[in-house]
Design a protein around this ligand. Sequence first.
Ligand SMILES: Cc1cc2nc3c(=O)[nH]c(=O)nc-3n(C[C@H](O)[C@H](O)[C@H](O)COP(=O)(O)OP(=O)(O)OC[C@H]3O[C@@H](n4cnc5c(N)ncnc54)[C@H](O)[C@@H]3O)c2cc1C
Length: 399
Amino acid sequence: MRYAIVGGGIAGITAARKLRSLDPSAEVIVLQEEPYLYYLRPALISVLAGEKTLSEIVAFPPDWYEKQGIAYEQGKRAVRLLPERKEVELGDGTRIPYDALLLATGAEAFRPPIPGLAEREGVFTLRRAADVERIIAYLKRVERAIVVGGGLLGLEAARALVARGLSITVLEAHGWLLPRQLDPPGSEVLSRILEDMGIEVLTGARCRAVRGKMEVEGVELEDGRVVEGEMVLVSAGIRPRVELAEEAGISVGRGVVVDDFMRSDAPGIFACGDAAEWRGQVYGMVPAAREQAGVAASNMVEPGSARYGGTIPSVRLKVVGVELLCVGNTQPQGGPHSEACYADPERGIYRKFVWDHRGRLTGAVVLGEKAPQLEALVRSHIAAPPILEELLAGTYPEV
Ligand SMILES: Cc1cc2nc3c(=O)[nH]c(=O)nc-3n(C[C@H](O)[C@H](O)[C@H](O)COP(=O)(O)OP(=O)(O)OC[C@H]3O[C@@H](n4cnc5c(N)ncnc54)[C@H](O)[C@@H]3O)c2cc1C
């Protein structure tokens, strides 16, 4: 069997390894448009901070691929799918035949339609190694940087730029930081910690325009305030890369629509990771990309052999000196959920627990202290009400 994988990130690599382990005689080719061997995308933050080099975050040496029996074609972009011929076309016109194809094309950073954002020099997003290289090359001209978006990535980037000696302002349009994970009291605690690190945080800060002639000079907010800075880093979410699927007539929503077997609606074509939309969700995180890739590979080798049932999200803020772990459903939208929280802004501690109508713990946030048991507690869906007092006091039982 010949398997083609478009995209050589964590989803593509995980699937390639699984394909080879399930079918040792399989031919596996990974097409990767970026001109690098597979690197750990989350570790780009350490490169931005100047703590690591790009070569230090490359996962495997070149001979690893050969030993694994994986043809990793870096710098090769797939430009067209020909599902009826079971071929994928590269930029130079070469066509690669396959028996089954996996779209693991990931996502790109979203650039909101803010006037001046597209045209000004000094506006960046952060998704790829090339973005980090461009940002680092530009830093010479920068003393003050503005990060648009106070989500996880925005805050990690802000900390990285502080480590480079820049003065940073984070603009978050919502009324609080990490709107997908925290609520206002939690954000309050986090803002204080960040401000102690030299990161200015403005919430409810909606951008009206990016100021400057050729180069960025600042950002104008809708309430009339102006934040000055020579660089803008936009961290406003992701857009799955669906262009190949879309052009081939494959069903696409936010991502490439897949079923529980990670199959798209085109025979023999699967999708996983940030590119895929499963039951209306695009996870945009490593654990989901890994799990989906494993399921996709199993079904590519043996149809119907594995089913995906969703991933319990677990995210940790990778900011030195800040312990923040969010597991499961921390902002339940509707449904009969209950929640309780404890906040101590002076000590920089915040704890929040969410449980469902049966009392089962479905989500938790802990800020300001280590909580290694948290993931296991949420995954085991422990009964929350009987131990709520202990949880809120920061005493976590072992499960
Ligand atoms: C700075 C940063 C920090 C992050 N930190 C975390 C974290 O702490 N925890 C977490 O869970 N997640 C984190 N994420 C998100 C995480 O990196 C993604 O969820 C994960 O990389 C998704 O993997 P993927 O393989 O689906 O996509 P990607 O990693 O985006 O890989 C897809 C690859 O496919 C290539 N590609 C796309 N189209 C084509 C084509 N037509 N032809 C050939 N190649 C193509 C792309 O160039 C890309 O290299 C972070 C992301 C960033 C940017």
